[in-house]
Design a protein around this ligand. Structure first.
Ligand SMILES: [Zn+2]
Length: 344
């Protein structure tokens, strides 16, 4: 695959269910007898139902794109294939590293357990790694979910947190996250999940400060002890917290196009990622949901160059920041650092 940027790339924030090609969704739905939206007869006809339309300005419309992937990803074969294809795709796109994340509890509708879901995704990642000859290193993050107040799915989240620890001990899962919608309650209500991860020495990241105020990022940093924040761009509204994040070595997983599509930033030009970078905060760039958002990480680099004046060396430096914050082993980080250093 032709690449526009010479340096090896990374993504720290990549959701499996937002990264399945329309052609794969079409095939998997047909195999399972799942009805397609609009009675689509081809992957091309299916595309408008699973890829975000930039002319539409509703977050609900964005979230609706997850319905078909979620309906399909209810057996181990579907999850395995989705994970395998994503690993091969990012390797072909020139990635040297990716953290792939998914929420096991949304794949239990037809009786699959969370543990079976994790094992299926891990198997797909491992098959992808075997097929790409070591060109890319991949870590797996399992997400707890926020669907509303914390009591709504507390049992399912507790199970995810316990499995994160158990599977981390076995080298299958590298970290735990909390994903889903912000704003139904404060993040502090999810503290017990992060207590489980921390006590079990399972690394963590946490979605915070995308649609909500910096106070939620402060919770993730100070209460949960997270040194990575999913999105987190609203930290810009709290200069003291920016300084604290710099001192504590916090890394933000920023996904600019996703922020625009979810209406949490008004435009690329007004996105604070460059200002945060210039202040010395470790920001990184990912796609979040590359297929649903219709964006590759190189597209994100184009936006950052054209709208915010990032240089190629600065883009490469954000890839170094990503390596430093990656959930892979220290030995793997040394390999990755050597790959990016010539471009700094
Ligand atoms: Zn996300």
């Amino acid at each position: 695959m032709q690449q526009r940027y010479p340096f090896p790339k990374t993504e720290l924030h990549l959701h499996l269910d937002g990264a399945i090609l329309p052609s794969t969704l079409f095939e998997m739905a047909k195999e399972r007898g799942i009805e397609l939206p609009g009675n689509a007869q081809s992957p091309e006809e299916l595309t408008p139902y699973v890829v975000y339309d930039p002319t539409c300005v509703s977050v609900n419309t964005f979230l609706e794109k997850f319905e078909l992937p979620t309906t399909i990803l209810q057996d181990q074969a579907a999850l395995e294939r989705a994970a395998y294809e994503l690993v091969v795709r990012v390797a072909n796109q020139g990635h040297m590293y990716a953290d792939i994340r998914f929420a096991p509890q949304i794949h239990t509708r037809n009786g699959m357990t969370q543990a079976e879901a994790i094992e299926a995704v891990r198997a797909g990642i491992d098959r992808g790694l075997a097929a790409t000859n070591g060109s890319v290193i991949v870590s797996l993050i399992v997400c707890c979910m926020s669907f509303g107040t914390a009591d709504l799915n507390h049992e399912a989240n507790l199970e995810t947190a316990r499995l994160a620890v158990e599977y981390h001990d076995r080298g299958i899962v590298q970290a735990m996250d909390l994903a889903g919608a912000e704003g139904f309650c404060h993040l502090t209500d999810f503290k017990d999940l992060f207590d489980i991860a921390n006590e079990g020495k399972c690394p963590i990241t946490c979605h915070a400060g995308d649609s909500q105020e910096p106070i939620e990022i402060r919770t993730a940093i100070e209460v949960f002890g997270s040194r990575r924040i999913g999105h987190g761009h609203h930290i810009y509204d709290d200069p003291d917290l920016i300084q604290e994040a710099i001192e504590k070595g916090v890394t933000l997983e920023v996904c600019p196009t996703s922020n625009l599509q979810c209406l949490t930033q008004p435009s690329y030009e007004e996105h604070p990622i460059k200002k945060l970078f210039d202040m010395g905060l470790h920001v990184t760039v990912s796609t979040d949901n590359p297929v649903i958002s219709g964006v590759s990480v190189e597209d994100e680099y184009d936006h950052l160059k054209e709208s915010l004046g990032f240089t190629d060396k600065e883009l490469a430096r954000m890839n170094l920041y990503a390596v430093e914050a990656a959930f892979c082993s220290d030995e793997e980080k040394e390999i990755l650092k050597k790959k990016i250093e010539p471009y700094l």
